[in-house]
Design a protein around this ligand. Sequence first.
Ligand SMILES: *Cc1c(COP(=O)(O)O)cnc(C)c1O
Length: 228
Amino acid sequence: MTIQDNLRQIQLQIAAACARAGRDPASVRLVAVAKLKPASLIEEAAAAGQRLFGESYVQEFTAKAEQVRSAVEWHFIGALQTNKVKYLRGKVRLIHSVDRLSLAQEIDRQWRRQGAIADILLQVNLGEEESKSGTEEAALVDLARQVAQLPNLRIRGLMTLPPWFEVAEEVRPFFRRLRQLAEELQRLAIPGVDMAELSMGMSHDFEIAIEEGATLVRVGTAIFGQRE
Ligand SMILES: *Cc1c(COP(=O)(O)O)cnc(C)c1O
């Protein structure tokens, strides 16, 4: 299977999941995750029509972004240290992984320097797993209210990285919960908060995530193969 075959297969699965859920396939975007894979594979995916790419490591991202010649859109999806935000400025269209005020403040500060507005998602840790980043569910509304006050930043939705289950179906309640949280936040009508995007679902479970409302699915292995 080539990357082109994999992408075609995934687009079919996305369309089928949308049909099951009565959704417009245009409401779901595929974020291709090529972490630990070379820029040449990103070019291969881009040649097959893939436009949107997600990266998890700042250093790897900056190195690869320089090598990729195709016009692509980058999202940052990984754990982010505050002192590395400056390397993303002006290069990424959406940061999925904002989980604390100090990080949001630094993004706001960096984007302000170039007179731009940063689009971000708030990452929620729904599994209460120590090892995963993300704000606790109970702290989400407060965080959203504080982050929303930053002038050069816009909250566009929520992201989650749920616990891993052998049986993918078991993850469904987590995706459903993220969607409920987004609906609750939307109802609060906080200025600067707009719950347009739900970033959830990976290779193993993106179809379930789509059935539960995902608008951004982050898929790596199913496109580029296993990582070393
Ligand atoms: C690596 C990664 C993915 C992709 O995972 P696959 O299982 O390879 O599809 C998605 N989201 C995040 C945050 C990741 O770090």
